[in-house]
Design a protein around this ligand. Structure first.
Ligand code: GRF
Length: 314
C-alpha cells in the first residue's frame, strides 16, 4: 500500500511563483506531499488562476473589513475543510494571529528572500545592496508568532553581482527559492513520517500515562504499566512485513474483527498477539489521527493497569 501524500495548503497574496514551484515539484512520483488548496486574501492574485488551471482547489477572501482573528478563522476553516496538514506561506502578505500560528505550530512554513536572521521584513534586496553584501539568499523556516523568526529548516546562498539592482537580485533569489521550498517541504514531510519520528510520537503519548514505562519486548519497543502489563507495542518492519504500526488491546476478538472489517487499510490482526484481542493500527498510511491514537493508548492502558491505577481519573 502506498502511503497517502501529505496534504498541503498554500497561502499567497501575489504572483505565486513559489506556490507554482511547490505544485510542479509535487508531480514527481516520489514527492511525499500534494497541494490540495491555494488560498489568497487577494482575489486577483495571478497564482489563483494558475492553481485553478492545474486543477487545484482555490479560495479567495479579501481581508477588508475583517478583524485579523476573524479573517484567520475563515482561512483556518477552509484549510481544515480540505484536510490540510501543512500550511506553506508563499508571498502571503499578512501577519497571522497568534491563535492561527499556535494551531499550526510546527506545520506552517514560510519562505523569506534573505539569509535569515539577516534582513527580516520587507524591501530585503534594497537592504542587501545598501549594506554592500556580496552574498544573500533565501530561507525556509517554521512560522512562530514573531515575524520572520522561527526555526530555520533550510537556506540557499545567492551571490550578489556587481551591477545588481533590487529587481535583478530578486529575480535570481527567486530561482533559488523555487528549488529550496519544494525540497525543504518534502524533507520535512519525509522526516515526520520516518519510523523514528512515529516512535517518538507514540513514546511521548504512552509515557504520559500514569506509571507507564518502556522496555523492549521481542525486539520491539513496548510500553507497560508498572505493576501491570504491557499496553502497547511499536512495530517496525516486523518479520520484514514493511509495516510501521502500533499494537493495542481491543476489548476482544469481536471488536478486533469489526475494526479490521470497517477499515482494513488501517487495522490488522497482529501475528502472535492476535488471538488475545490485540489489534494493529498502521501508522504509515499518511492519514494517522493522533488524537485517536492517544484515545487507543488510554483505553489499552486502562485495560492493562492494576485496578487501583485504572480507576484514577485523568
Ligand atoms: C518571495 O520572494 C518570498 O520569499 C516572499 O515573497 C515573495 C513571493 O513571491 N515571502 P512569489 O509570489 O512566490 O512569486
Amino acid at each position: 500500500m502506498m502511503a497517502e501524500r501529505a496534504r498541503v495548503g498554500v497561502l499567497i497574496s501575489g504572483t505565486g511563483s513559489n506556490m507554482a514551484a511547490l505544485l510542479y515539484a509535487s508531480q514527481a512520483p516520489d514527492c511525499p506531499y500534494e497541494i490540495v488548496l491555494v488560498a489568497s486574501n487577494n482575489p486577483d492574485a495571478p497564482g489563483l488562476a494558475l492553481a485553478h488551471g492545474e486543477g487545484v482547489a482555490t479560495f479567495a477572501q479579501p481581508h477588508k473589513g475583517l478583524k485579523r482573528a476573524e479573517y484567520d478563522a475563515i482561512i483556518d476553516a477552509e484549510l481544515t475543510r480540505h484536510g490540510v496538514e501543512y500550511v506553506a506561506l508563499a508571498g502571503y502578505m499578512r501577519l497571522l494571529s497568534d491563535t492561527f500560528v499556535e494551531k499550526w505550530q510546527g506545520r506552517c512554513l514560510n519562505i523569506h528572500p534573505s539569509l535569515l536572521p539577516a534582513h527580516k521584513g520587507l524591501d530585503v534586496h534594497e537592504a542587501v545592496l545598501e549594506a554592500g553584501e556580496n552574498v544573500t539568499g533565501c530561507t525556509v523556516h517554521l512560522v512562530t508568532p514573531e515575524l520572520d523568526d522561527g526555526p530555520i529548516l533550510g537556506q540557499t546562498r545567492v551571490a550578489v553581482l556587481s551591477g545588481d539592482t533590487p529587481a535583478s537580485l530578486a529575480n535570481r533569489v527567486h530561482y533559488a527559492e523555487h528549488q529550496l521550498y519544494a525540497r525543504v517541504l518534502a524533507d520535512l514531510v519525509r522526516a515526520e513520517r520516518a519510523p523514528e519520528a512515529l516512535l517518538g510520537r507514540v513514546r511521548t503519548l504512552a509515557l504520559a500515562l500514569p506509571a507507564a514505562e518502556e522496555k523492549r519486548s521481542h525486539g520491539a519497543p513496548g510500553f507497560f504499566v508498572r505493576g501491570g502489563k504491557f499496553f502497547a507495542y511499536f512495530q517496525q518492519n516486523h518479520h520484514g512485513d514493511d509495516i510501521t504500526a502500533l499494537l493495542v488491546k481491543a476489548s476482544g476478538v469481536e471488536e478486533q474483527a469489526q475494526l479490521i472489517e470497517n477499515d482494513p487499510d488501517r487495522y490488522y490482526r497482529p501475528a502472535y498477539l492476535g488471538a488475545s484481542g490485540w489489534v494493529g493500527i498502521r501508522l504509515d498510511t499518511g492519514t494517522t489521527d493522533w488524537a485517536h491514537i492517544e484515545d487507543w493508548l488510554n483505553r489499552s492502558w486502562r485495560a492493562s493497569a492494576p485496578k487501583r491505577l485504572a480507576l484514577l481519573p485523568f
